[in-house]
Design a protein around this ligand. Sequence first.
Ligand code: SF4
Ligand code: SF4
Length: 454
Amino acid sequence: MEQSAFLSILILGFFGLLALILIYSSVLSYIENEKKAGLKLLGLTIPIIALGYFASFQNYELKLVVAISLSIITLIMTYLLFKKPIQSNVSEQDHPTRRFDEHDVIFARMRLKASTPDWEQYYSNHKYEEEQDNKARSLAGLLNQSSLYYNPLTYNSSNANFDIIEYLHKAINHPTAGTTSNFDKVTLTRYIKGWAKYLGVHSIGITELKDYHLYTVKGRGKEKGKPIVKNHKFAIAFTVEMDYTNVSASPASPTIFESTQKYLDCAIIALQFSTFLKNAGYDTRAHIDGDYELICPLVARDAGLGEIGRMGLLMTPDLGPRVRIAVVTTNASLLLDGYNAEPTMIEFCKYCKKCADCCPGKSIPHGDMIESNGMKRWKINSESCYQFWCVAGTDCGRCMSVCPFSHPNNLLHNVIRRLIRRSFIMARLAYIADDLLYDRKPKPKPIPNWMKPD
Ligand code: SF4
Ligand code: SF4
């Protein structure tokens, strides 16, 4: 074959592949209800085809240089797709030096009743919290009829989900059998992970349970005031995917419909695991919505499920923050996974700041990480966040919705997330592309028709 014909085929192959990727991405964007992004991608296909036509079929001096450059780009992209993710050389993850008291968590504070000894005792030395919490109490409130996004259908479903979770709290205390089954740890770990996959769990990991994972004292529920003692050795953390369509409508009511549904799914699965382990004779506890003894995102991070990002939530490599978490602690021997550093995700958060720009409560910092309780992190303002929830009536989730890591779980976005984890340059390009395609401040998507009241 003549050299010029060979070069033409190489160049045509590159541009043809690029055009196909753009057309595929455009169609997928339409399916994802991202019509504007779909149009932009389709628009980009036209100059790419034109450029490919001229670069392949015209004769010009630099044709060899162009063909070599495009071949190098293709080889680099192929290499990036298959290389290992970038690892950090941090030998141990940072962690809080002091344990948290659950009484300080906003959900525990909002349960305090005025003129009770608990109220007096807590607020007598927490004046800032008293002022902020009273401000929240003066607003419409979560799932309240007078809130901004009131929807009788989805609010009712969310309350139903919370009611069922409340019933499930009783199952946390299921008794442990007197005799132990003595499963070996390889079999038990494989079984639980396989079962989790069967149940639709997105990711699962196991870590050693550390003191700093646990609250010092229970701040809510029937055991309020009970000191929390570390009596288990292992923690199984798992995540469940939240539906993209519902999350994209945030802060409207599909977001709380979705989060309560996934809290419920998490609770059922955690109780299945804990009851199974208890029946096998192992001391175990499920930590589910409204009844935690520990900080789930911290446990999940240490179990290798992701990093804690700018918005203060666990960011999983495949779905970003678009997950809910539950944890089961146990004395059954299990194989450990351990922390899995994701330096590209943390780096991405440093310059992205999209969640901070879009937060209606102005609760997410734009600045650098700060040292807080021995740990470098971004600290969100949970008071202003919760106050927005009390106006909206939902748990908002706008930050989760706009995060570039939250895009749907499909080939296109999975390839992009894969490239981000393997190259800081690709992460930068993905950040720019996300703003160009989906806008810096994307508008919430409409709520699904079937959720609309008459
Ligand atoms: S939106 Fe951007 S800054 Fe915020 S958590 Fe996601 S990646 Fe990080
Ligand atoms: S849930 Fe809403 S108010 Fe709270 S941090 Fe996220 S975007 Fe801001």
